[in-house]
Write a protein that binds this ligand. Structure first.
Ligand SMILES: NC(=O)c1ccc[n+]([C@@H]2O[C@H](COP(=O)([O-])OP(=O)(O)OC[C@H]3O[C@@H](n4cnc5c(N)ncnc54)[C@H](O)[C@@H]3O)[C@@H](O)[C@H]2O)c1
Length: 284
């Protein structure tokens, strides 16, 4: 319904309490305000495991934690139901969502914290490396979207949050493959946010920059590489997994029920702004 038409009918709603046909009503309660059920993929990683810890502190929260690497999930202890899966496998992802919905009666929030890294120019990249990056990042995100919306449509809504990357929002040399993989997820996020809005399903993306994690371990260990990276970041430091997990939790939470189709950058400025030169602020 057009906004102007809706506004023109507002006095009628107030007068007789009726809602015209076709008006979509959103209720806070329908998004799992009480005892929320969350599924976290990539839960053995730096960001995913921090997110599980945060969600576990929410009142009555039930969490399913999944990763391809079962060993990484063991550190989560009893804070979550552990269900290992390879997110490149469509049937495996669907099975996790179905089991979560069957066990807890619904699924309110799903986070995709699965990812990989590849720093190479296109002309040196093998077809298999490109295929692997797309499978691990983009196909995983698609499988998660596809499997999540079924249970959410049944229970009246939910929130899906993907992890993108700053390198898909600003051009950085030698990130051709990862920019393609994460850029595709950004486009999918916008389309899916529209597709599933009539079902009260919100779809958003957190956009990390350089973050301390398994995939950046080598970079963080080399003082030279770390210094060079920090000089590219306006806030002058790598992000922590907790910085990214906090943003994911925010977007998953039912209190964010009016936010959909959004990219929340958690990158110290890497994707959008140039670092100031020393002395710039003196002139301001
Ligand atoms: N760390 C960074 O600098 C950085 C930068 C930009 C974007 N990101 C994104 O942030 C998200 C979180 O990554 P992180 O920083 O915690 O890295 P991480 O390497 O610590 O975690 C990634 C996790 O994904 C899991 N995984 C990989 N392939 C999988 C598969 N096929 N099926 C299931 N699980 C699989 C890994 O086992 C690992 O636990 C990812 O989407 C990543 O692409 C991270």
């Amino acid at each position: 319904m057009a906004f102007r038409k809706l506004v023109s009918q507002l006095p009628n709603f107030v007068a007789n309490g009726s809602i015209p046909r076709g008006t979509r009503v959103r209720s806070f309660a329908s998004e799992g305000a009480a005892s929320p059920v969350y599924v976290v993929f990539g839960a053995g990683g730096a960001v995913g495991s921090d997110l599980v810890g945060r969600l576990a502190k929410q009142q009555g929260a039930k969490i399913v934690a999944s990763d391809v690497d079962q060993g990484d999930l063991e550190s989560l202890g009893s804070s979550a139901e552990i269900m290992p899966a390879n997110t490149e496998d469509e049937a495996a992802v669907k099975s996790i969502l179905d089991k979560a919905a069957e066990k807890f009666g619904k699924v309110d929030g799903v986070a995709c914290c699965v990812g990989s890294s590849l720093i190479k120019p296109a002309h040196l990249t093998h077809a298999q490396e490109f295929h692997d990056a797309i499978a691990k990042n983009t196909y995983s995100a698609f499988n998660i979207l596809k499997a999540s919306v079924g249970p959410m449509m049944k229970s009246g809504g939910g929130s899906i949050v993907f992890n993108g990357s700053a390198i898909a929002h600003k051009g950085y040399a030698n990130h051709d493959v990862m920019a393609a993989a994460k850029g595709a997820i950004a486009g999918m996020t916008l389309s899916a946010a529209s597709t599933y809005s009539p079902h009260n399903i919100r779809v958003n993306m957190v956009v990390p920059g350089l973050t301390e994690a398994k995939m950046t371990k080598r970079l963080a260990e080399s003082e030279e590489a770390r210094d060079a990276s920090e000089r590219m970041i306006a806030l002058g430091r790598l992000g922590g997994a907790h910085d990214v997990a906090r943003a994911l939790e925010f977007l998953l939470h039912p209190d964010s029920s009016y936010i959909t189709g959004t990219f929340l950058h958690v990158d110290g400025g890497l994707g959008n702004i140039a670092p100031a030169e020393a002395g710039d602020s003196k002139q301001a």
